[in-house]
Each structure stands twice: as C-alpha cells, then as structure tokens.
Design a protein around this ligand. Structure first.
Ligand SMILES: *Cc1c(COP(=O)(O)O)cnc(C)c1O
Length: 355
C-alpha cells in the first residue's frame, strides 16, 4: 500500500512552555488515517491535516464499542535524534486486540512505517525537556452505520500524536492505591487482555469512588474470588517481596504490557529473581506487616514506573516502606528504562528504533 502525504496549509500555535503541557489535550498538525471496507481491505492510507471525522450517528463504534487502541511514545534524545521504544510490539498487540474484537488486522510493518513518517513530519512537536515525549495514539473504530449487532464491515484506523510533559516534576512520587472489594475490571474469557475502550468505560465508576476517598488509582482484583492482584488503571503492577520481583501472570485478564515485559527482562539481568504468579491480597498484607514487602510500583508507557506508597483494602492499609520514599529497585528500573529510551544508556536488547 502507498502512503499519501497530503499538503497542509495551517500550522497550529505551539505551547512554548513545555512545563505547561497537559497530557492528551493538544494534538499536532497532522494525523494518519486509513479506511477499510470488507471486500476491499485497507486502503487510502494517508497523512492528512488533523481534523474531526464525519461519522454517521449510527456508526457501530458509537453503539457497541467495537474499538481498539495503542499507546506509545517518541523520545527526543540529547543529540536531537528521535527514538521509539519497541514499537513493533505495539503493532503486534494492536493486531491481537483486533482479532479478539472481530476487527481487521493491519500490516504491522506498514503501520509502523506510517507512524514513523508521521513523527518525522511532526518532529517539531516532539518536546525537548528531560522527561517529556510525544505520545502516539493509534486507534481503530467500526465506522459502518448499522444498528445490528455483528462485526462491522467498515473501519477507520488512525494515529494522532500529542506532546506530553514530564510526568514527574519533582522526582518519583508514591501514589495511594485503593482495591475495590466489589467492582471488577475483567473476568476470564472477557476482554481484559485487549486494549479496548470498553474496559476503561467500565472502570470509571470504581475510579471515581477511589478518587472521592482520596486515592489516586484502583488496583483491580480477580473477578472470581476478588482475592488476587491483577493490575492498576492503565498499568501492570509489580511487587518486591522477599527480595524477588513478583507480578501477576498473563492469564487473559490483564494487559500484556510492553513496560512489564521490559522490566522483567531488566530485573533478571540485574540479578533480581522474578516470579510471575498469582499474588493474594492476604499475602501482601502479611508481607507488609513483617517487612518482607519492600516495594510496589505500577508500570506502563505513560508513567514508565510509578511507585506505590500505600495500598488499602476494606479497612486495612498496607504502607510500603514509609509511604513517601521511592524504593531502590523502583528507582533503578525507572532510571534504566528512561536511560535506554533517551539514549543515556546503551540499548543492549534492540528495543530502540531511531527515526
Ligand atoms: C496500556 C495498558 C497497560 C500498559 O501497557 P504498556 O504496553 O506497558 O504501555 C497496562 N494495563 C492496561 C489496562 C493498559 O491499557
């Protein structure tokens, strides 16, 4: 397929002060779009001016949520080069999500080349300050106007990008986590391992309850027993317990995070034994009580690594360390991953793709 680059007339004003960037609010001048019709396949791939879509009110995505997305970042390095982090992994995950949601797969290599071209054209939108990046949001939606419940015959696949500020301005700051004993995110056989908007819509109610009680995020427990740790918001979650890195297994209900995967590799390399296993809430509280739970942190593209200061379940709260300080492993993973992304550390795994 050929990628058409359309001319652009008006450029938007930029936010000059990179400390004022708000995540997901300001988008660049251009976007990537391609169309799909059953029988014809993907076609009309183009980079065009960023603009609203015209969607029929009956478009199936608006009624039955047939939608998937991805999240990745482009980093500006001190030498001016722009780097992507394991971008082909995102493309493959996009296709796994598409399969589960009965949507057409994309050509992973072509899609990645198109994303690279978009970022090249929008290079001025990649911010310069340490810790900032250009967030890349690929998405696919069912655009066919039709109210019957079945997989659509028409889709739009598109990519938009937005500059994001440094997530942590004054160093890593531990968050307060709430575990719901009632609401669940995903059950076996459901769509927990799919990056689809519906999972997020279903999570908002519990997230609002958590926020009203002063917590930053919800940690989801398994749907069957509400006993085992799953993941947090848009992050996988890791614990340093008895001197080992413990994280939930990929059993179909959590997202197969690329940051999670990378942290597991780095942990092994740095001599921290890893355990991908079911971890019960009781075990967390017991280990916190006798000092064996030394660190807890969320991992995902948006935050990289987010230290957890305390965990609350019903009327029990476990403090991790003193609740205020970022643990040494947490800090090390943050420094190592961002080091590789921004080119301060060598990329020994072939994770980085320069534009
Ligand atoms: C995207 C996402 C993650 C993190 O995945 P990364 O590839 O590391 O960014 C974790 N959990 C959920 C629910 C997600 O949507």
């Amino acid at each position: 397929m050929k990628l058409e680059i359309q001319p652009i007339e008006h450029l938007k004003p930029r936010i000059e002060d990179e400390t004022q960037l708000v995540f997901g609010k300001q988008f660049s001048d251009r976007m990537f779009v391609m169309d799909y019709q059953r029988g014809q396949g993907w076609h009309s791939a183009r980079i065009q001016p960023y603009q609203p879509f015209v969607l029929d009110p009956a478009a199936m995505v608006l009624h039955y949520a047939q939608e998937i997305f991805e999240g990745m970042k482009a980093f500006r390095r001190p030498d001016g080069q722009i780097a992507l982090f394991r971008p082909l992994d995102n493309m493959h995950r996009f296709n796994r999500s598409a399969e589960r949601m009965c949507m057409p797969e994309i050509d992973a290599e072509f899609m990645l080349e198109s994303i690279k071209e978009l970022v090249r054209l929008e290079a001025d939108w990649v911010p310069h300050t340490e810790g900032t990046s250009l967030y890349i949001r690929p998405a696919m939606i069912a655009s066919e106007p039709m109210l019957g419940v079945r997989p659509a015959d028409e889709y739009l696949c598109y990519v938009i990008v937005c500059p994001v500020g440094a997530y942590y301005k004054g160093g890593l700051a531990p968050v307060k986590i709430w575990m719901s004993d009632h609401y669940v995110r995903a059950a076996h056989g459901g769509t927990g391992e799919v990056k689809t908007g519906g999972n997020y819509a279903a999570s908002l109610y519990a997230a609002r309850q958590a926020a009203e009680q002063g917590y930053d995020q919800v940690l989801w427990l398994d749907a069957e027993e509400k006993r085992f740790i799953e993941e947090v918001g848009s992050m996988n979650v890791c614990f340093v317990l008895d001197g080992r890195l413990v994280t939930s297994p990929l059993s179909g209900t959590i997202l197969d995070g690329i940051t999670r995967r990378s942290i597991l590799t780095l942990a092994q390399e740095q001599g921290l034994e890893i355990e991908e296993r079911a971890l019960a809430v009781d075990e967390i509280f017991a280990a916190a009580d006798d000092g064996r739970l030394t660190e807890a942190f969320g991992v995902g593209t948006a935050v990289v690594v987010s230290p957890i200061g305390q965990l609350t379940y019903k009327d029990r709260t476990a403090k991790i360390g003193d609740g205020q300080t970022t643990g040494p492993w947490t800090q090390k993973f943050y420094d190592t991953l961002t080091g590789i992304q921004y080119g301060r550390l060598p990329d020994t795994h072939g994770w980085v793709e320069l534009l």
